[in-house]
Design a binder for this molecule. Sequence first.
Ligand code: ADP
Ligand code: ADP
Ligand code: MG
Length: 508
Amino acid sequence: MKALFTKVLVANRGEISVRVQQTLREMGITACAIYSEPDRSALHTIKADEAYPVGSGPSAESYLRIDRILDAAKKARVEAIHPGYGFLSENAKFARAVEDAGFVFIGPTPKAMEQMGDKLSARRIMKKAGVPIVPGLTEPVRDPDEAKAAAREIGFPVLLKAVAGGGGKGMRIVRSEDELATALQRTRGEAKSSFGDDAVYLEKYLERPRHIEVQVMCDTHGNYLHCFERECSVQRRHQKVIEESPSPSIDEALRQKLCAAAVDAARAVEYRGAGTVEFIVDEDGSFYFLEMNTRLQVEHPITEEVVGIDLVAAQVRVAAGQKLPWKQEDLHQRGHSIEFRIYAEDPLQNFAPSLGKIRRLRVPMGPGIRNDTGIREGYQIPLFYDPLLAKLIVTAETRAAAIERGARALDQYRILGFLHNIPLHRWILRQDEFRSGHYSTKFLEERFDPAELTSAIDTAEMESLAAALALVESGVGDARSARGDPPPSLSHWGIGGRQRGLGRRPGQ
Ligand code: ADP
Ligand code: ADP
Ligand code: MG
């Protein structure tokens, strides 16, 4: 068996850096972090065995600086680099630069990243591999006339999509022919400014699909395995909010078909390491390839929980040239896992980002509870990065039990100092549509009513908040008063109360 690395650099920040570091340490590998100036005392910086500065706050000046990351890797004398998700994780140029500098890139080959990174190239490869794709084009649209002809053939509504898009951005629904020319122009402009590439294509827009994705894991010895599916249909602005595994909506036959298609997709690009093949599934059970994410996914923990594996450890082994430690028949789903993404955003203001200092943080504990977090008390959330701060992952024997565990854990979760979406999660867990398991990607858009977050104020919550407020004002147990920081204003706590004053738990 080939030896593993002794030292690895995690080229990322926040919760995913912390999470990768944890596995590295368990494997006896020294974990090195990078940090930007505002992240000097971030959790991922503090937790690392060694941490290296890479620049100022804006990502373009730090976490996206390939030269500085490679300098850090040289200084640290690591053997390999783990890119996490986001930032440079899907950048083939980065992967290549890492390899050219003599380090191992813990991820797929730059070629596979290129083939799958471009949504159209991916569609062409999938078509050839016999994996169903969403009906639509496999080349960019050149002009409005071409777009009209294509849309007529596919049938409205259609979705204009940036070829280089990601993170739910660069998409526009078009419902009729007369909207098409303007929509094309706008989507192109956005694609250019967000992704530096104005190429746009068009595909059929499904009204009520489910987003179901399959985790794949491959090594360099010809093993292409899947680790089953994740249901990711609870979304806001085409971005995931809650994920669960197994999917409550598919039967065993469809599961097998999806997983087989995902393995075919991976094989088609000779994939290496961890990847995710995303599908949309129509009401009649037909499914279509959406895209492949050539990296570790935010929601990978729910797969780890139900399959009982460590995906980061497997990534590291594969990168070191080892064989995957399992065969397909060794992998099974057991129980049910749900992930809640904790975003620093205001569900009442159309999910606008929220900023502040974390005054109080209490994470729930107990059986079946996992907290993947990148935050700590006293930490000022920098304004430069993704609003995803932490993930709560609950696992239980059944879906119903996982929902109750989630409700309990969310009730106990305390984050004070800024607005976040825990109240939204608590609301979702009370909805019949979610509880029944029959929900589509339209669920939040159609059903979420911000008024329902403010209307049902839980008196017990209010009382405990008032007690907390009294404590803060008296300066007890708070280092802030010693430092002379101003106490949080009443309105600040008022906001906390509005956020967290949320009625009864499901089932009560
Ligand atoms: P991104 O790269 O931004 O993740 P995806 O292609 O994966 O883009 O799509 C993100 C989300 O947008 C999906 O999960 C789904 O909710 C929605 N979506 C994408 N394509 C379609 C489509 N053709 N019809 C309906 N919804 C879609
Ligand atoms: P690690 O495994 O990195 O040593 P710990 O066991 O110390 O982490 O922490 C357990 C959990 O508490 C983790 O979810 C971690 O993110 C969180 N945590 C650790 N330290 C802090 C802190 N200073 N503030 C807030 N949360 C923390
Ligand atoms: Mg996607």
